[in-house]
Design a protein around this ligand. Structure first.
Ligand code: ATP
Ligand code: ZN
Ligand code: MG
Length: 511
């Protein structure tokens, strides 16, 4: 991609720029173009790539600048470097710099644009046109936006979209790591339908939400016990309780703010808790039997964030901004304190793809080596559980979500030189569902590199890079996978599992 920037800016001074100041400005512009703007630019860089002031004019109390650049010392960087010099220079003429006006900002990108590329629709982009190999954008920016590097981010965003379009809609790469092979199957049906038939679960009143009866709950708790005994305890994880209402502040740092919006359950707060303010809303219900949603919408603030989507982001503020002592690493924790919520839209199915689900989230952090080692030990423990205890037909695969590839996380060079960098990514664990002849992801293990520690500014005493990993064990998914293969009759369950689960308890009888 070949990118050019153009900026017309006006520097407003406290009084008219006098004619005798012109030579000083002229000198400064020459000096900027030949010295100042070249600082930090590689020696062999093409001259046209470097920012320069192509023209200037003094008009009343305004100094009008016409800047252009390629990739080096982009026009806005050039502008701010120049500001630093021009302020004291014109200060000698008793002129103070008051305001920087951005009169026009253009970006031209030349390269290959895949079909179907969507140019970002942002208020900053006043006009855009894509014709052949050239994308032209006219930006509407303030000086503060320039200082905030908004133009660089817009260019980066377009580049990301080009890359994402290159993935052709595929969500992720997929490489098989392990396959268990066939296991004896004792059931062919859809486990949810059979659970409903036997009264183990019932639809709740919200979408993608279930009320789990005693029998289903027994299964969840049994799997939890197995996870505790076989994985969490032997590997030394300690329980914590993470919040389940997630403010934007957390998702900004965890990176979820980049794209979680279509699946969030949004959270709002009342504009006031004054009962008088809400009285008519309650009265409306008393009179009509309906909740006055249209009116409620006008009386709430936010959304302030959303319900728990991924479990681990909410942990990080606990150690945000801290330097961790070497002797508390690798830190190993887990959370099972509440539900996760995702708006799955038309995708909801059975108990396995729901809008409200239960998950044990395992989280660890330390040096890259420590982080990778725990992921490996976790994987070994999972293999033992799925092979020897649950006797599942399962497989696991390395998947690379495109956003990670896009963030350049996959090729991350690791400072330790042990090859950890190539381990960043996610391993999905999938179980075979005989009834639908398909595979269901029932959990994963992720090595997240420095994504969270850098987002939440967490460091290690030794100065080593800080990495983290997490693993989400979906209890609905474990249950669906287990029942889909083994059925609902406990005599067909592996003996030790049947023992932990116990005889399904019939609590209700309906007439
Ligand atoms: P899928 O591709 O099936 O939608 P995902 O990639 O969105 O899964 P992750 O974001 O990796 O899932 O979530 C981690 C774990 O959380 C999953 O392995 C699964 O156990 C559980 N999970 C995610 N979404 C749901 C859901 N809608 N219903 C039940 N469990 C879920
Ligand atoms: Zn996680
Ligand atoms: Mg999903």
């Amino acid at each position: 991609m070949y990118t050019r920037f153009g900026l017309k800016a006006g520097l407003q001074f406290s009084a008219e720029i006098p004619d005798e100041a012109r030579p000083a400005v002229e000198n400064l512009v020459r000096e900027a173009n030949t010295v100042l703007f070249r600082k930090g630019v590689p020696k062999d860089a093409d001259e046209r790539e470097v920012g320069r002031i192509a023209g200037w004019q003094a008009e009343g109390n305004r100094l009008l600048l016409d800047l252009e650049s390629g990739t080096y010392t982009r026009v806005h960087d050039a502008l701010f470097r120049f500001r630093k010099q021009i302020a004291p220079t014109l200060g000698k003429f008793r002129l103070g710099l008051r305001v920087i006006e951005v009169l026009d900002y253009t970006v031209e990108m030349k390269g290959e644009f895949p079909e179907g590329l969507r140019i970002p629709a942002l208020p900053f982009i006043k006009e855009s046109s894509l014709a052949g190999d050239t994308l032209r954008m006219r930006l509407d920016l303030t000086a503060a936006d320039l200082e905030n590097k908004v133009p660089d981010r817009i260019v980066r965003l377009v580049e990301e979209k080009i890359q994402a379009a290159g993935y052709g809609g595929k969500a992720e790469h997929w490489d098989l790591v392990f396959e268990s092979g066939k296991k004896p199957r004792t059931f062919e049906g859809d486990p949810t339908e059979e659970m409903i038939r036997r009264g183990w679960v019932r639809h709740a009143l919200s979408r993608g939400q279930w009320i789990h009866g005693p029998q289903s709950t027994q299964l969840f708790r049994a799997f939890e016990k197995i996870v505790m005994k076989e994985i969490i305890e032997p590997l030394g994880f300690t329980e914590m309780i993470f919040p389940k209402l997630v403010p934007w502040e957390v998702w900004k740092k965890s990176g979820h703010a980049k794209g979680v919006y279509p699946e969030i359950y949004y959270v709002c707060t009342p504009k006031t808790r004054d009962p008088a303010y809400w009285e008519d809303i309650g009265d409306y219900f008393k009179v009509t039997g309906e909740v006055w949603v249209d009116e409620i919408r006008k009386r709430i603030d936010g959304p302030i964030g959303g319900l728990c989507y991924a479990q681990c982001p909410s942990f990080w503020p606990f150690i945000q901004g801290e330097t961790l002592a070497n002797d508390c690493l690798p830190a190993r924790i887990f959370d099972r304190s509440g539900t996760s919520h995702r708006y799955e839209s038309g995708g909801i199915h059975g108990i396995e793809r729901v809008d409200e689900f239960h998950r044990i989230e395992i989280l660890w952090l330390g040096t890259p080596e420590q982080t990778v080692e725990i992921a490996d030990r976790l994987h070994e423990a999972y293999v033992r559980v799925f092979e020897d205890i649950l006797e599942l037909e399962w497989r696991c695969a390395r998947v690379t979500p495109w956003f990670m590839a896009q963030e350049g996380m996959i090729e991350t060079e690791d400072s330790c030189g042990c090859g950890c960098g190539s381990r960043i990514g996610t391993t999905d664990y999938e179980a075979y569902l005989p009834y639908s002849e398909s595979w269901l992801e029932f959990q994963n293990v992720s090595i997240n590199g420095d994504k969270y520690p850098s987002g939440f500014n967490v460091k290690i005493q030794s100065g080593a890079e800080c990495w983290s990993g997490c693993s989400g064990i979906g209890l609905e998914r474990w249950t669906a996978a287990f029942l889909a293969q083994k059925g609902l009759d406990c005599e067909n369950w592996p003996e030790c599992v049947a023992e932990i689960i116990g005889e399904p308890k019939e609590l209700f009888r309906f007439l």
